[in-house]
Design a protein around this ligand. Sequence first.
Ligand SMILES: C[S@@+](CC[C@H](N)C(=O)[O-])C[C@H]1O[C@@H](n2cnc3c(N)ncnc32)[C@H](O)[C@@H]1O
Length: 359
Amino acid sequence: MLEETIRRELHTSNAPMTFKRFMQIALYDPKDGFYTKHAIIGTRENSDFSTDPENYSPCFGASVAEFIGRYAAEFSSDALQLVEMGGGNGTLAVDILDHLQEYFPRLYRRVIYSIVEALPRLAQRQREKLQHHPSARVHIGSALDVSFTHVNGFFLSNELPDAFPVDIVFSVRSKGLHRLCITEVGRTLDWKYVPVQDHETFSYLKSFGYGDDLKQLPGSASIRNVFTYGVPVNLDMIHWYRSLAGKLHTGAVLTFDYGFMTTEEHLFASEQSRESSVRVYNRNSSDRPTDLLKGIGKRDITSDVNFAILKHVGHQSGLTDIFFDEQKEFFLFFGAAMSEDNNFIALVQGKRLPPFYRG
Ligand SMILES: C[S@@+](CC[C@H](N)C(=O)[O-])C[C@H]1O[C@@H](n2cnc3c(N)ncnc32)[C@H](O)[C@@H]1O
């Protein structure tokens, strides 16, 4: 039971547990974490969450393959490396490779496709799904620590940084920044608000525009308000992007996720719609963050990505923008069209494929 794991860790450290550590355990504990044990990734019915590669299959993969086809012509190297991180069911990988094989056969023969997946259970599923593409490899490991260097090709991910464990930081009136933590009261786990002291978190908030505009909460703020007005501090995302940029020799980093284009948009959304940017899901429907300490490991926890941060870090690390827009625009730009009844249709060199997305 994860509650026991957390309690043990609290006793050993004799200090409150950060939300980031809590999220790490709840999602990725090797025995009872949500992704290890429960998560069913798929289309809408009977899954814990539906993801774009499944719902837009094969449109999503086809558009990515068209993107790769367009830019790969600029590469001089023989082998073209495609490194996907956090592959889920392996649907995106299969759709990309199927499309390259059919429409870019010469390029396909140069491709080495690798998935870096944290969880053995999902890695196994990806291997099974990729059997008909012999060049594809699945490595168990972390995207935060990919072993590939001098990559000539593309780093890809869909809905990965939203699944990185984050801290939740908020401002308490006249008492400064606090971080959401977990502690034990009697035999029960409970929330605790702890002052922020580390330089990295202060600098994250300041650098990315969260300074003085944060809502000032009372010291007795409800946990619901902490989730609504708190900022997810995704330090792993920064380290991840910096390290990818450093490992890329020629090519691009393709990141698909949901969230905000700017910090202003994020602050405006929490003020206007009072929607938390750290969300909890239970069997595909939104759950109350207040229930998080019950049934730990049975719910998904995700946080909105602030793309302004990714762009900033990318630019600092020497990357330049090729395309920055909504996913639908990416589809439309790189190979799909909209039919009269609002379905996506793949267009390959002017040829229409059958509709593949309804809804
Ligand atoms: C939200 S799911 C998205 C799956 C897939 N990309 C999709 O869109 O269907 C997140 C995926 O990332 C994996 N993952 C999470 N953290 C990871 C990490 N640090 N390194 C590699 N994979 C990770 C999870 O196991 C899961 O496969």
